[in-house]
Write a protein that binds this ligand. Structure first.
Ligand SMILES: [Zn+2]
Length: 103
């Protein structure tokens, strides 16, 4: 088995040791609404194409969840990954500001 990586592009947890916890995408049959929200978030953060779908091995690491844990409770802030401070900062600020590349 290869080591697990986070599917958030530029996540700093990638390539390090796996003391970090990684969460699988919610299953389509069990939690379709939650899964759709995770996918939408990843597409937005990664600026990937609108047809992107998670593969079986895709994971999101704990650093993107409030409380560092995912929740199955739709009223919880940890229901969807919302924290992306670990994404390479200059890219993150650029995304936040909606700025174009300047370099
Ligand atoms: Zn990550």
């Amino acid at each position: 088995m290869g080591h697990t990586t986070c599917c958030i592009i530029n996540c700093r947890k990638n390539g390090k040791n796996n003391a970090n916890h990684f969460f699988k995408f919610p299953e389509l049959r069990k939690a379709a609404a939650q899964r759709a929200l995770w996918i939408r978030t990843v597409r937005k953060i990664n600026k990937s194409d609108p047809g992107w779908e998670p593969k079986d091995h895709d994971r999101i690491c704990q650093s993107h969840f409030v409380g560092e844990n995912e929740s199955k409770d739709a009223s919880s802030p940890a229901y969807v990954p919302t924290l992306f401070a670990d994404v390479t900062p200059h890219q993150w600020y650029r995304q936040q500001a909606g700025l174009k590349r300047w370099d």
